[in-house]
Design a protein around this ligand. Structure first.
Ligand SMILES: [Zn+2]
Length: 299
């Protein structure tokens, strides 16, 4: 073997060595590039904190889009509600069409319109029954100017006069209906973004053996079946409305056994955290009250 050949071989080895180092470097850079791309970019150049959190083994702390209630809180400067008014309406009449209200439970429709307009113009927040449940249990704050609108009995006057007003001012409301007076088709047809139907019993809106609401003196099976039937028709057991507001230990037991979470009475008052969820008080709306009285009731 000549000297020159040996030198040539030596040079070759050095060249191969250098090329290997360069190749390894390039590969390393490529791999790092791919890894960084995977953990960081999601198309807009921003760090995907979800992936980052997972890599760090931390909780998912990805900033979520603000919920409606969070926006309302922001609008109210974080001001919280102390007690919640659940308004209770019944029937409506149109004085302009020559109609009259039979008793204080009848609300003149232009008065109702004035009230709903007030709620709308003052950006009232309409919590869901689930939010009311959590508020009553002290598990959730509601923003100031929160309100719940309820209308009992699902009368013809409610459908004809009140629903168009609720729609006009985009006020969310719950209609408590005696489900045996309706069909699921009617319920579904009128359910909307702003209007839901809930149980006012299936067939207990009548006098029982003691002259009080029938619920108080029914047998266990009768009451159980009634509550189950109306629950299935309205598709929810988040809230029940006692016929005539009559309650006793039996009604309480039956609502518990059939899984109702909340129930409203006709007892007057606003709802505060700590109140019994199955005996919620309401604010009665009566005919002929001036708007100033309404503002007093809802503030
Ligand atoms: Zn009723």
């Amino acid at each position: 073997m000549s000297h020159e050949r040996e030198e040539g071989n030596q040079k070759k080895k050095v060249m191969i060595g250098r090329m290997t180092v360069i190749l390894v470097l390039v590969l390393t850079i490529l791999v790092i590039g791919i890894v960084i791309k995977n953990i960081s970019s999601n198309g807009n150049g921003k760090i995907d904190s979800n992936t980052q959190a997972k890599n760090n083994g931390e909780e998912d702390d990805e900033p979520k889009e603000m919920s409606e209630i969070e926006k309302v809180f922001l609008d109210r400067n974080g001001e919280k509600l102390e007690s919640l008014p659940i308004l209770m309406y019944h029937f409506f009449y149109d004085a302009n069409a020559g109609e009259t209200g039979r008793n204080s439970n009848w609300m003149e429709i232009s008065d109702f319109e004035e009230q709903m307009k007030y709620l709308s113009e003052n950006n009232y927040y309409y919590p869901s029954w689930d939010e009311v449940f959590r508020f009553v249990n002290g598990d959730m704050d509601l923003p100031s100017k929160s309100i719940v609108v309820t209308i009992d009995d699902g009368s013809e006057s409610f459908f004809r006069l009140a629903i168009p007003i609720l729609e006009k001012y985009n006020v969310s409301a719950t209609s408590f209906i005696v489900t045996s007076w309706f069909t699921t088709e009617i319920i579904n047809e009128h359910t909307s973004d702003i209007l839901i139907f809930r149980s006012h019993s299936h067939d207990m809106h009548r006098p029982g053996s003691d002259g009080q609401g029938a619920f108080l003196t029914m047998t266990y099976d009768e009451a159980y079946n009634d509550l189950e039937t109306s629950k299935n028709m309205v598709g929810s057991s988040d809230i029940f409305c006692y016929p005539f507001g009559h309650t006793n230990d039996f009604t309480f037991q039956m609502l518990t056994e059939t899984g109702y979470k909340l129930a409203v009475t006709t007892k007057p008052g606003r709802v505060s955290p700590g109140q019994e969820p199955l005996l919620l008080t309401r604010v009665r709306m009566s005919q002929g009250e001036p708007l100033s009285r309404f503002i007093e009731k809802v503030k």
